[in-house]
Design a protein around this ligand. Structure first.
Ligand code: MOS
Length: 735
């Protein structure tokens, strides 16, 4: 299929984004808008003994101050607060519900004023008296209280016995700190209450998820609640679950019968979800020749007192490396913090970091090249389920990545490569993620002038969903891409899942294919009705839509223009709505893979680490758009640099509060931290995974990057740092 699919098409929403025409949730201005400002708890655990709003209420311009005692009614059952991605176990947090305090930064009051500055200053005048209770926010202090949950992967054989008997062993603990998403766009909601009907602009990765949630919390009917999120300035998982500001905005709008906006500050966003801190223990046992005999991966991760959030940290080794025995265990520790949540490649970013550092350490113990060890242990099957893959071009990722990087020139010994006053280190790691598809419905409206509108409720969180959908629709409808408009981010549009899990591209594009086929069928019916129709005998499968025409694939001379077909019947529009077909087939594993190679330079005296080169070779099925795909992978690598060297949410455990709740002291990579990044897409045709062979790219870019960098730092300095981030104080004493 020639055309737009696979090409480096520029973003169709690029102009709207850079000119500011694309509005975010906090930018919808309506007449009479009221501004809300959140008053947060300064303690992590206890009760509100007294809350005095009188001083705040006396400020000119303040309209009201909502608290748990003074607010419109909300639901009092857990079920009402359970959104699509709520953990199965536990009670979701209820904003402004009662006097109990579950985490520092919890909203205790909402000041509503005519402008934001007034609301903010008045918020500082709300007096709260607390009844404090003892709290714990330190995973290390509480690890003895960890409890096991169902492991996401099946154990095999007696891994402990095999480990004890193995010729070469490596065992170590790795640590990943709490990390926060920090999307550029602040979390915000603008809520409009109109005579029993609610319209909300919300920063969310799932408008229908928020719509359903608001119906539950406020006991409303679906037809009375509309949620929109047409554009987002980044999500990364923080926007998967409805966040508390949307409840507060709706409370305000219902209380005042006026439109209300609640926008959080950067600091307040540190009381939303986060990537949970985790301790990952790896025990690998191998024969002296480098065959794995035992693999144990145990994770201890943080959740809140309220809910049990957990992801698959430990199961990835089952997919990557052949091992005679394996043991997986996942434990949780409950702390007095907000419930942790998904952050790009949840589970894998952390678990694969530990696994891939451990493989590097095992390779060193075995005196085998790290790439060679991975090839020796390469698994062509998912060993947990004992099934093959729909496709797995990981060997090719290793080969092409190593070649592009120049891996064969690596000197084996740590501290053996130099560039002036800097040590040079080369490290590598594997990445792996899932290739999922979720049910999604797409509507296409083809109008007589040869334009088509393609619509579904998905949010484009910045990944390029508008663009790939326009590309796929243009090819399938045989129209120029300028004739396609894409509508997203509105709960009244056809059903679509959350934009997450790397599943949107495969889900919506396969749905487009099915809907386009239905449109083609309708066009063919009309074409057959034309006088002397050249397509009189054709069936839907032997025509295609190409260059604005409906064409017989058997004889391309037999063709009619789409516009003339529509005109022949005075058809103004053809409207079709179809879903993708999500397979129930469990006979194959569905995954994407990558091989990451990193070069670091470490200053001998100062310990300053620079990531000077990264090659990331990715096999992820059909690549729909080389440009947006490349950007996705670059972003993943940049975040991997941050994970390896910078990112860490720091608590003052005495107060249970985040100390660096800002992007000055919570470090993320800046331009000066980012050097040469080379993305390679390895060809991976896949006719099984889904009809279009799309696997998705949202998360794979980050997986393995931190491990490749950590391994490179070890190679440069001889110093093995297992707890992230690898800051210079941890490497500077490498003599
Ligand atoms: Mo992603 S962590 O599924 O937004």
């Amino acid at each position: 299929m020639p055309g737009y699919i696979g090409s480096a098409t520029s973003r169709v929403d690029g102009r709207a984004k850079v000119t500011g025409e694309a509005k975010y949730a906090g930018e919808f201005n309506v007449a009479g808008l009221v501004h809300g400002y959140v008053v947060e708890s300064t303690i992590p655990k206890g009760r509100i003994a007294r809350i005095d709003t009188s001083e705040a209420l006396a400020v000119a311009g303040v309209i009201d101050v909502l608290t748990h005692r003074h607010r419109p009614p909300v639901a009092d059952k857990d079920d009402a607060y359970k959104d699509e991605v709520a953990p199965e176990k536990g009670s979701p947090y209820r904003p402004l519900y009662d006097d109990s305090i579950h985490f520092s930064g919890q909203p205790l009051a909402l000041v509503l004023a005519e402008d934001w500055e007034t609301a903010r200053v008045a918020a500082s005048m709300v007096r709260v008296e607390y009844q404090k209770e003892p709290h714990i926010t330190d995973l290390h202090v509480q690890r003895d209280k960890a409890f096991a949950i169902d492991a996401p992967a099946k154990s095999r054989g007696d891994a402990e016995k095999s480990f004890a008997a193995a010729a070469v062993r490596h065992v170590a603990e790795y640590f990943i700190p709490t990390e926060h998403h920090n999307p550029m766009e602040l979390f915000a909601s603008t809520a409009m209450w109109d005579d029993g009907k609610l319209t909300v602009y919300d920063k969310t990765q799932g408008v229908q998820n928020v719509q359903k949630y608001l119906c539950g919390v406020f006991d409303m009917q679906p037809e009375d609640v509309r949620v929109m999120s047409p554009y987002m300035g980044g999500g990364f998982g923080a926007g998967l679950r409805p966040q508390y500001q949307v409840v507060l905005a709706v409370l305000g709008a219902r209380a005042l019968k006026r439109p209300v906006r609640v926008m959080l500050t950067r600091a307040q966003m540190y009381a939303l979800g986060h990537r949970p801190a985790s301790i990952e223990r790896l025990a690998l046992g191998a024969s002296s020749g480098g065959k794995l005999e035992a693999m144990t991966h145990e994770a201890i991760a943080v959740t809140s007192q309220l809910e049990e959030f957990a992801r698959n940290d430990t199961g990835w080794g089952n997919l990557l490396y052949k091992s005679a025995t394996a043991k997986f265990e996942h434990q949780l520790v409950k702390l007095d913090v907000p419930t942790s949540c998904d952050m790009r490649a949840p589970g894998a970013a952390t678990g694969v970091y530990a696994l891939e550092c451990a493989m590097d350490e095992l390779a060193i113990a075995l005196k085998i090249d790290p790439v060679q060890l991975r090839l020796q242990c390469y698994s062509d099957r998912d060993q947990g389920e004992d099934i093959p893959y729909t496709s797995k071009q990981l060997r090719e990722c290793y080969r092409q990545g190593a070649a592009a990087f120049g891996w064969d020139k690596r000197k084996v010994e740590p501290r053996s490569m130099r560039d002036g006053s800097e040590f040079v280190g080369w490290g590598m790691a594997t990445g792996v993620w899932e290739a999922l598809q979720m049910p999604a419905t797409v509507r296409i409206v083809l109008t007589a002038n040869g334009h088509a509108e393609v619509a579904t409720a998905a949010s484009d969180i910045g990944t390029g969903t508008y663009t790939i959908m326009a590309q796929v629709a243009a090819d399938m409808l045989g129209l120029p891409i300028d004739n396609i408009s894409v509508k997203l981010g509105d709960s009244t549009l056809p059903q679509c899942p959350l934009e997450g899990g790397s599943w949107i591209a495969s889900s919506v594009c396969n749905a487009i294919a099915n809907t386009a086929r239905a449109v083609r069928g309708d066009l063919l019916k009309l074409a057959k009705g034309m006088k002397d129709s050249p397509l009189a005998d054709a069936s839907v499968d032997d025509v295609a839509l190409i260059d604005g025409k409906i064409v017989s694939t058997r004889d391309t001379n037999r063709a009619v223009s789409i516009v003339s077909v529509m005109q022949s019947d005075n058809a103004e529009r053809i409207t079709r709505e179809e879903a993708n077909k999500v397979t129930e087939d469990k006979s194959h594993a569905r995954n994407v893979h990558s091989a990451v190679f990193a070069e670091v330079k470490v200053d001998e005296d100062l310990g300053v680490i620079r990531v000077t080169r990264v090659v990331n070779a990715v096999a992820a099925g059909r690549i729909l758009n080389l440009k947006t795909a490349h950007s996705q992978m670059m972003g993943g690598v940049v975040w991997g640099i941050g994970m390896a060297l910078h990112e860490e949410t720091l608590f003052d455990h005495r107060f249970g509060r985040v100390m660096n709740a800002n992007i000055a002291e919570y470090h993320v990579p800046v331009n000066a931290d980012v050097h040469d990044i080379n993305i390679i897409f390895v060809e991976e045709p896949d006719e099984i995974v889904n009809p279009l062979g799309i696997k998705g790219l949202g998360e794979i870019g980050i997986v393995g990057v931190a491990a490749a960098i950590a391994n490179a730092v070890h190679h440069a300095t001889g110093k093995r740092v297992r707890d992230l981030p690898i800051t210079l104080d941890k490497v500077v004493q490498f003599n």
